[in-house]
Design a protein around this ligand. Structure first.
Ligand SMILES: Cc1cc2nc3c(=O)[nH]c(=O)nc-3n(C[C@H](O)[C@H](O)[C@H](O)COP(=O)(O)OP(=O)(O)OC[C@H]3O[C@@H](n4cnc5c(N)ncnc54)[C@H](O)[C@@H]3O)c2cc1C
Length: 430
C-alpha cells in the first residue's frame, strides 16, 4: 500500500474483504427480509400500531438480522476476540458503519451493534456478568439499552436524580450514600461492593431499545457530587427486563417505537449488578464518548451519500422546461454542495477513526466530526427534499424521513451546542 507523506486513505486487504462480505451479507440476509415486510417499512410510521408500538414482525426481523450478523462475524466485530468480536480497527468499524447506512435501508443498520448492542463499557463485565450479559449481547442473542437521560436532565447528565444506595445504608449516615433508609442491614462494608445488594430509585426517558431490551445499563448517583466532584459518584447497574417497568413510549418523529421511559421504584437489585467501578461509571463511559460520536457521524455520512446519489439520478432523469432539472444551476449547485459537505465530513471521520486507533481520545476531533457530519446530513437531506419537488415530501419517499433522522442525530450523543462547547473548551476559550 502506497502512502504519501505518511497519509493514506487506502483500504487494506483485510478491511476490503470485510467490507465486501458485509455488502454481500446485506444483500443476502437483509434485503429479502425488507422485501417480505414490504409495506411495514415504507416509512417509520407504518411499522407501528396506533399506540406507537413497533410491529412484532419488525421487532423479530431486527433480532434475526442481529443474530445472523453476529454469526457471520460482523455485529460486534470492533470488540476484542476474547469476548467474541474480531478486534477490527476503528477505521474499519467506521467504514462498516458508513456502509450499512449507505443504502438508506430501514434495517441494514441493525447489522452492526448500535445503542441496543455491546458498547465497550460492557467490557467491564466481570465473573458471571460475562456469561449473563456481555457474551450473549456480542452474539446478538440479547439486546440492551444505555440509560442516562432523565426527565430533568439530558445534556447535564451528571446532575441526575436517579439514586442507588447499598442495602443497609441510610441517607446522611456519613457513608457517602444518597437516598433514604432501607430498613435492612446487611453489614456490607466499602470493600464488599461486588457482593452488595442495591436499591435503585428513579426514572429515565428517551432510552433507545428500552421497549425491547433484555437488560439495561442504568446510571445512578451513588455518592453526592459534593463529595466526589461532578463526574464522580455515579455507578452503572445491570437491570433485567423483568425488574423494571417500561413507561410511556417517547416517540421521536422518524424513529417511532424505539425509545421509552424506564421506572425504578425502590428496586432492590441482587448482588453482582454493578458494572465496572462503584462511583466511577461516568468516567468509564466518558472514555468511549469519542467512539459514539464517530459512529453517529459515520451514519450521517452514509445516509448523506445515499441521498446524494438519489439526487444525482433524479436530476438527470426528471425533466422540466424541456431539459433535465440538473441543467438548472440552482439544482446542480445543491448536489455539488452536498458532495462537498459529505466528502469533507468523511475525511474528518476517517481522521477521527485513525486518531482513536492511535489511542485517542480525539475529543475535539470527534466533537467536530459529529457536529459537522450531522449538520452536513441535515443540509443534504433538506436539499434532497427540494430537488425532488413534491416527490420530496411524499410519505412513501425517503427524503423527509431522512430529514427527521438528521434532526435527531443533531441532538443525541451530545447536541450541536454541547459539541461546540466541547471544541471551544478543548481550545481553551470556554
Ligand atoms: C431518538 C433519541 C434517542 C435517544 N436515546 C438515548 C439513549 O439511548 N440513552 C440516553 O440516555 N439518552 C437518549 N436520548 C436522550 C438524548 O441523549 C438527550 O435528548 C440529549 O442529551 C439532550 O438532552 P435534552 O433533550 O434533555 O436537552 P437539554 O439538555 O435540556 O437541552 C435543551 C437545549 O439546550 C441546549 N443546552 C443545554 N446545555 C447547554 C449548554 N451548556 N450550552 C449551550 N446549550 C446548551 C441543548 O443543546 C439543547 O439545544 C435520546 C434522545 C432521542 C431524541
Amino acid at each position: 500500500m502506497e502512502t504519501h507523506g505518511g497519509v493514506s486513505f487506502d483500504t487494506d486487504e483485510e478491511a476490503g474483504l470485510i467490507l465486501d462480505s458485509l455488502g454481500e451479507f446485506l444483500e443476502r440476509e437483509v434485503a429479502p427480509v425488507e422485501e417480505d415486510l414490504g409495506d411495514l417499512l415504507t416509512n417509520p410510521r407504518k411499522g407501528v400500531d396506533e399506540d406507537g408500538n413497533l410491529d412484532p414482525a419488525v421487532v423479530d426481523a431486527i433480532e434475526g438480522i442481529r443474530r445472523a450478523s453476529a454469526k457471520a462475524g460482523f455485529y460486534a466485530m470492533n470488540l476484542p476476540e476474547d469476548v467474541g468480536g474480531s478486534g477490527v480497527s476503528n477505521v474499519t468499524w467506521y467504514r462498516a458503519k458508513r456502509r450499512v447506512a449507505r443504502d438508506g435501508s430501514a434495517l441494514a443498520e441493525y447489522a452492526l451493534a448500535g445503542p441496543e448492542g455491546p458498547k465497550p463499557l460492557l467490557l467491564n463485565a466481570e465473573g458471571d456478568q460475562v456469561d449473563r450479559y456481555l457474551e450473549p449481547t456480542v452474539r446478538g442473542e440479547k439486546s440492551t439499552a444505555f440509560a442516562l437521560t432523565e426527565p430533568g436532565v439530558g445534556s447535564d447528565a451528571p446532575n441526575m436524580a436517579t439514586t442507588a444506595r447499598r442495602v443497609g445504608e441510610k441517607a446522611g449516615d456519613g457513608s457517602g450514600a444518597v437516598g433514604g433508609e432501607t430498613g435492612d442491614d446487611s453489614g456490607e462494608g466499602d470493600d464488599a461492593e461486588d457482593d452488595a445488594e442495591w436499591i435503585l430509585d428513579g426514572q429515565k426517558q428517551w432510552i433507545t431499545n428500552a421497549p425491547h431490551a433484555d437488560f439495561v445499563q442504568v446510571f445512578a448517583r451513588t455518592t453526592p457530587a459534593e463529595e466526589t466532584g461532578r463526574y464522580g459518584g455515579i455507578t452503572c447497574f445491570l437491570v433485567e427486563d423483568d425488574e423494571y417497568e417500561v413507561g410511556s413510549l417517547n416517540n421521536a418523529v422518524g424513529l417511532e417505537g424505539m425509545q421509552a421511559e424506564l421506572h425504578f421504584d425502590e428496586l432492590r437489585l441482587p448482588p453482582g449488578r454493578v458494572l465496572g467501578t462503584v462511583d466511577g461509571a461516568f468516567y468509564e463511559a466518558m472514555n468511549f464518548l469519542g467512539l459514539g460520536r464517530m459512529e453517529l457521524g459515520a451514519t450521517a455520512v452514509g445516509r448523506s451519500r445515499f441521498l446524494r446519489e438519489r439526487c444525482e439520478d433524479y436530476a438527470t432523469e426528471r425533466e422540466a422546461f424541456g431539459r433535465p432539472i440538473g441543467e438548472f444551476q440552482q439544482i446542480s449547485s445543491k448536489i455539488a454542495r452536498g458532495y462537498a459537505r459529505t466528502e469533507a465530513a468523511d475525511a474528518l471521520g476517517l481522521r477521527c477513526a485513525w486518531e482513536l486507533d492511535r489511542g485517542g481520545p480525539a475529543i475535539e476531533e470527534t466533537s467536530a466530526f459529529k457536529w459537522f457530519a450531522t449538520n452536513a446530513f441535515w443540509d443534504v437531506a433538506d436539499d434532497a427534499v427540494q430537488v425532488h419537488g413534491s416527490t420530496g415530501v411524499s410519505e412513501d419517499a425517503p427524503f423527509v424521513d431522512n430529514l427527521h433522522l438528521a434532526r435527531v442525530l443533531r441532538i443525541v450523543e451530545g447536541t450541536d451546542e454541547i459539541q461546540l462547547n466541547t471544541i471551544a473548551r478543548q481550545r481553551g476559550i470556554l
